[in-house]
Design a protein around this ligand. Sequence first.
Ligand code: UD1
Ligand code: CA
Length: 451
Amino acid sequence: MSNKSAIILAAGKGTRMKSDLPKVLCEVLFKPMINWVIDACHNADINNICAVTGYKSELVENILEDNISTAIQKEQKGTGHAVMMAKNFLEKNIDGDVIVLCGDAPFMDSTTIQNAYDMHKKQNNAITVITARLDDPTGYGRIVRNRYGLERIVEQKDASNNELLINEVNSGAYWFNVKYLLEVLFDIDDSNSQGEYYLPDTIALSLAKGRKVNAYISDNPDVILGANSRRDLCNLNAIANRRVIDNHFDNGVEFVSLDGVLISPEVKIGKGTVILPSTILKGTTEIGSGCSIGPNSLVQNSKIENNVVFNASQCYNSFIASNVTIGPFCHIRPNSTIKEGVHLGDFVEIKNSVVGENTHVSHLTYVGDSDVGKNVNFGCGVVTVNYNGKTKARCTIEDDAFIGCNTNLVAPVKVGKRGYTAAGSTITEDVPDASLAIARSRQINKEGYNK
Ligand code: UD1
Ligand code: CA
C-alpha cells in the first residue's frame, strides 16, 4: 500500500482567461490542464487524489475519473484555504505524505514529483517545496533562504525590492507530511496584501514547531509554467506541441514543415510516415508507418494502419486499414471501418459503416449505416438514404456489386453479390445476386418540342 496522496487545487475561476470555463478545464493540446496534472500523478504512482473545486465545480467534476475524490471551496480565499477544505481527505491519509499541486500548471512531471518525494523522505521533512530558477521570476512566490536553509516564501505583491531579485521561485507544488501539515494548516491567517490564506505560510509555522523544511530545485523549469491568460495558454500549447513533435522526430517521423501541425500527447505515429502542414492529430489516434497524412487534415481518436494516403480530409473515431487512399475532401464519421486497399475520393462521406477490401467510392457519395462488401464500385453521386425522418436503417451492398451513378439506395435495402444498379435509380427493393435493377422512368423524346 502506497501512502502517497495528492491534492490538486482547481477552485480558481481564472478571471484573466475570460472564459466561461473554470481555468483548469482550459486545454493544452486538446487536453484539459487538470488532466495533465492527474496524469503526472498516475505516472508517479500516486492514485489517491483529491481535487479541490470551486468555480463551476460540477463542470470540473464531470471530467474527473471516478476514483478521484473532491472537496468544495465555495469562496476562493487562497491556496491555504483551499487545502483546508480537503481536511477530511487529509485526515483519512494522516499516516502518509501528500503532494499539493496546482491544477493550472500542466507541465509538472512525474520525475520531479518522485525526486522531490525521495528528498522529502530521506530528510524526514515536514514540507518539501518544489522550486525552479527562472530568468524572469516576475509574478511568482520567491524562495527566501537563510544560512540554515529555507526560511519562507514571499509573494510578488508582498516582497521587498531585495526579495524581488531572487530568481528561485515556488512552483506551487509541495510534499507535506500529512500529520505535520494538520498541526499548522489551520493556523494560517490572511494578514497579507491580498487578504488571502497563503499555503506557503505553513513553512514558517512548521519551522516554529521545530520541523524540518526544504526546497527541491527541479532541473525542468517548465514545471513552474502556468496559464493565467489566453496568451499564456497559447504559449503552453506551443511548448507542449514542440515537445511532442520532437519525440516523433526521434521516432523517425517526417515533418516537411511544422506550420499548423498540432499533435496531442497520446498520439502514436510509425516511422517513415510524413505529416504535411496544417494537420491536427488528436486524442488516442494511432498512425502506422509509411503513411502520408495531410495537408489540411484532422484525425481524432482513430487508428490508421500502414501506407495510407490521407489527403485534406477528416476522420473521427474510426479504423482505416493499410494501403487505403483517402481524399481530398473526405469526411469519415464515427464508427466506420475502412478495409485494405479501399479508395475514397473527393466529397465522400462515410458514417457508421464498413467498407470492404478494394472497394472504390470515388466521388460525391454518402455511405451511412451501411455494410459494404469487397470490390464494390460506387459511381459518382450515390446516396444511401438511411433516414426517413424518424428512424435510421442499414443498407447492405455485397461483394463485387456495381452501383451506378446517382443511385439512391433507400434503406433498409440489399444489393446482392455482383448486383448492378442502373444510373439514376432509386432502389427500394432488394436486388438479387448478379441482377441489374433499373428503377427510373423510361425516357420519352418529344420531337420538335423546342423548335
Ligand atoms: C501560487 C503561490 C506562488 C507560486 C505560484 C505558482 C500562494 C500564496 N502562492 O501563486 O508562491 O509561485 O502559485 O504558480 O500559494 N486556488 C484555489 N483556491 C484558491 C486560490 C487558488 O483552488 O482560493 C488554485 C487555483 O485554481 C490554481 C492554484 O490554486 O490552480 C494556484 O492559485 P493562483 O491563484 O494561481 O496562485 P498564485 O497567486 O499564482
Ligand atoms: Ca497562478
